[in-house]
Design a protein around this ligand. Structure first.
Ligand code: C5P
Length: 417
């Protein structure tokens, strides 16, 4: 089994509790498991353990101050928030839970927690009476309702001499819980093939026809699928993006290269997600030499490229095929037509005319259609939308498989009879 935490980007937040010393052990264990760890401390936490300890163990400078001119010039708070695959706060004090529950952003760690689209895991540690306090319990309930995960606290003898709930969950148990998150996701054991980015169709040796796709949505989908436990292969046109953790990336340039890279990997795939903005047409003839600008006008003859998604959706035995539709109007009609024409299981559609949404932007908003339903994923950063989309894909995929199994059941019984 590959190590579930290998190359995962873990942001560890440390707040001001006596259990902060145990966070040092957690960093060591995370590094041993192959994770890339960065530490952010609250100012109070530095009174318990010095930042140098965490710097030495993580191999990276520790950030404490929100308004730190030097650090903001380097890895600014928004960059850290985007960098993380997962944010873990251990120990999380009662005060930190309260600030988080109320959306405060009055230090670096609470700001990063607000600004991240990554899953948030909290390991509380405090005096048992503080843990039992109605305010702490209400804050925890509020956070749980927002999808924040909590580990512990454990019960037992406390450093203040009390006995009861409030001890930090031991680092090996935190590590195991984080590993489980990555291997028991909704797509654990599934193989997912994703296309992303634009394609480039050459006109001559120095020019090409392409489009404005940045690839961000596709990369976010690949990353979310990997987080959900899938083995992910990303066939990517030219982009300026880093390969997401635990994703195998194959670089291509033209639609034909993308089509053959996909064909070569279709056999083992359970799910195909076509996010690439594949050129629909390519120059019918590629000039062997740079075309000179002698003529006043130049006409390019274009021919159709392969529809990679439609081809993938026809594979036998069928796989679960997901397409994207970028439309400028009449979203539902065009999306549903695509669902039928290309034999898709799901279409994620967006209006590309809307300012701030779609190509080359940070945010996206999708309406997802399937044969007998639809769901709107409201405007959010592409990472968050990608996670919601992957959760929906996993859900629909499971239902389709369950339906196929029960449809097979009578035939199988007949065959046995
Ligand atoms: O037909 P249209 O281009 O609008 O469909 C968009 C969907 O089809 C996207 O999922 C895109 O990745 C996929 N597509 C493809 N190959 C093409 C054209 C589109 O895979 N040649």
């Amino acid at each position: 089994m590959i190590n579930a935490l290998a190359e995962r980007r873990v942001l560890l937040g440390v707040t001001a509790g006596i259990a902060a010393y145990k966070a040092a052990d957690l960093v060591r264990r995370l590094r041993e498991a192959g994770a890339d760890v960065r530490v952010v401390m609250t100012p109070g936490a530095t009174g318990f353990v010095g930042p140098l300890t965490f710097q030495a163990l993580s191999g990276h400078p520790v950030r404490v101050e929100l308004l730190d001119a030097d650090a903001e010039a380097g890895m600014a708070h928004i960059d850290i928030a985007r960098w993380a695959d997962i944010v873990v706060v251990a120990p999380a004090t009662a005060d930190f839970l309260a600030r988080l529950a109320h959306g405060q952003a009055d230090d670096l760690l609470s700001t990063v927690c607000l600004a991240t689209a990554a899953p948030l895991v909290l390991a509380p540690a405090m005096n048992q009476q503080m843990w039992r306090a109605a305010a702490t319990q209400a804050n925890c309930a509020l956070l749980a309702g927002r999808g924040v995960d909590r580990l512990g606290p454990d019960e037992g003898r406390q450093s203040c001499g009390d006995n009861g709930p409030g001890r930090l969950v031991e680092p090996p148990a935190i590590l195991a819980a984080l590993e489980r998150r990555f291997v028991s996701g909704a797509l654990a054991g599934r193989s997912v093939l994703v296309t992303a980015g634009p394609t480039r169709e050459p006109i001559d040796p120095v020019r090409y026809v392409s489009n404005h796709s940045s690839g961000r949505m596709g990369y976010a989908v690949a990353r979310a699928a990997a987080e959900a436990g899938a083995r992910v292969t990303l066939v990517s046109g030219p982009t300026a993006l880093d390969t997401p953790a635990a994703v195998t990336r194959i670089d291509v340039a033209t639609a034909e290269e993308m089509a053959s890279a996909v064909r070569a990997r279709l056999a083992g795939a359970d799910i195909f997600i076509g996010t690439a903005a594949v050129a629909d047409y390519r120059p019918a003839h590629v000039a062997a030499h740079k075309i000179k600008k002698d003529a006043a006008t130049l006409t390019l003859a274009l021919e159709r490229t392969t529809d990679i998604l439609a081809e993938a959706a026809r594979r036998e035995p069928p796989l679960f095929a997901v397409g994207f539709a970028a439309e400028t109007g009449d979203l539902e009609r065009y999306a549903r037509a695509k669902l039928i024409d290309k034999h898709l299981d799901l279409v994620a559609a967006n209006l590309v005319g809307t300012p701030g949404i779609g190509f080359n932007t940070e945010d996206n908003e999708l309406v997802v259609f399937w044969a007998d339903g639809q769901r709107r994923l409201t405007r959010a950063p592409k990472d968050r939308i990608a996670r919601e989309l992957v959760a929906l894909i996993a859900d629909r995929y499971a239902q389709t498989r369950a339906a196929a199994t029960s449809a097979d059941a009578p035939a199988a019984q007949e065959a046995r009879a």
